[in-house]
Design a protein around this ligand. Structure first.
Ligand code: PBG
Length: 343
């Protein structure tokens, strides 16, 4: 017997006892994430029979409306019934004021109507921001090198009404203009759309992890002297968390129904903080760059894609995200079914 054994007698407490078998581990698992809590982003294009691969995001395609319906039907069968729609708008329809966003026959609204009809039980989430429709590639209207706040908010509120009428259960302002949640709520209510849910991108950071998404939609800010080259005057500084708390508080006061943090994994502290500060559901967006990193590492044989995805999503849930948007939604659901012995 060495001196060390006298200082530290054999442990009475042995946490490993609860990790001995898969059944015991499942028994004491603190976080469960069924696929019904996932939202699958869906990229849309004009045309028919279109399934266009997106570079950097293997396994994710842009769909024409008919193909999007087939895709969503398959997702529902796997237990993923919520979809966030992102249209890739034709360049010829993009303008400085993003006016096509207000047309009820634009790609976003036609997709909403078609999916609403084909899948009445699905939850459809519409993105409220001007970037897919903006020839400048910004979420709001650009003038004199600035992204205008109040003028943009006025358009976004109208956009939300058009989307709600087209069949959106949830409108999700992803623009980070000030006061847009309140404006959207009052205009929706004035139009009798009191059941339309607002999922606010409350703490959306100016992140380098959105690259593949902007590539998928062709929504990179244009390079011109009078257009801001990044989104830092409206999206948040990654260094800040107190500000996230403030932003989320404002959105909650403006009657947001859910609050989102975006991106996901680098911002677990923000998710955790908002989850402890609010009684409404917190959502996290596991964004395109996070997905692309997993895929790229797996393609190089550096890690297992599915295991990395499952772990990432579980950690977002553990941190406090009730709802998770992820490009890996169907892959996760397939894994979940195997885990449950369903497949
Ligand atoms: C823009 C928007 C972005 C994403 C969702 N909505 C990109 C941006 O802010 O530039 C990114 C999502 C992702 O990267 O997966 N309104």
């Amino acid at each position: 017997m060495s001196g060390v054994d006298k200082m530290f007698p054999k442990p009475v407490y042995r946490p490993r006892r609860l990790r001995r078998t898969a059944t015991i581990r499942q028994l004491v698992r603190e976080t469960e994430l069924p696929p019904g809590r996932l939202v699958c982003p869906v990229f849309l294009v004009e045309g028919e029979n279109q399934r266009q691969p997106i570079s950097g995001m293997p396994g994710v395609d842009r769909f024409s409306i008919d193909e999007a319906i087939r895709f969503a039907e398959g997702a529902c069968e796997l237990g993923v019934r919520s979809f966030a729609l992102f249209p890739k708008v034709l360049n010829s329809e993009k303008t400085a004021d993003g006016s096509a966003a207000l047309r009820d026959d634009n790609l976003a609204c036609r997709s909403l109507r078609a999916l609403r009809k084909a899948l009445p039980e699905a939850c459809l989430i519409a993105d409220v921001a001007l970037d897919p429709f903006s020839s400048d590639g910004h979420d709001g209207i650009v003038a004199d090198g600035c992204v205008l706040n109040d003028e943009t908010v006025e358009i976004l509120a109208k956009m939300a009404v058009v989307q709600a009428r087209a069949g959106a259960d949830i409108v999700a302002p992803s623009d980070m203009m000030d006061g847009r949640v309140g404006a959207i709520r009052s205009v929706l209510d004035a139009e009798g759309l009191t059941d339309t849910i607002i999922l606010s991108y409350a703490a959306k950071y100016a992140s380098s992890f959105y690259g593949p998404f902007r590539g998928a939609l062709g929504s990179v800010p244009v390079e011109r002297a009078d257009v801001p080259k990044d989104k830092k005057t409206y999206q948040m500084d990654p260094a800040n968390i107190i500000e996230a708390s403030f932003e989320a508080g404002l959105d909650a006061l403006e009657a947001a129904d859910m609050l989102m943090v975006k991106p996901g994994l680098p911002y677990l502290d923000v998710i955790s903080r908002l989850a402890s500060e609010h009684e409404i559901p917190i959502a996290a967006y596991h964004v395109s760059g996070e997905y692309a990193m997993l895929r790229a590492a797996a393609a190089q044989g550096l890690m297992d894609y599915e295991a990395g995805l499952v772990e990432s999503l579980l950690c977002l849930a553990r941190a406090g995200a009730r709802v998770i948007l992820t490009y890996g939604a169907l892959d996760y659901a397939a894994w979940w079914r195997r885990e449950q012995g369903l497949a």
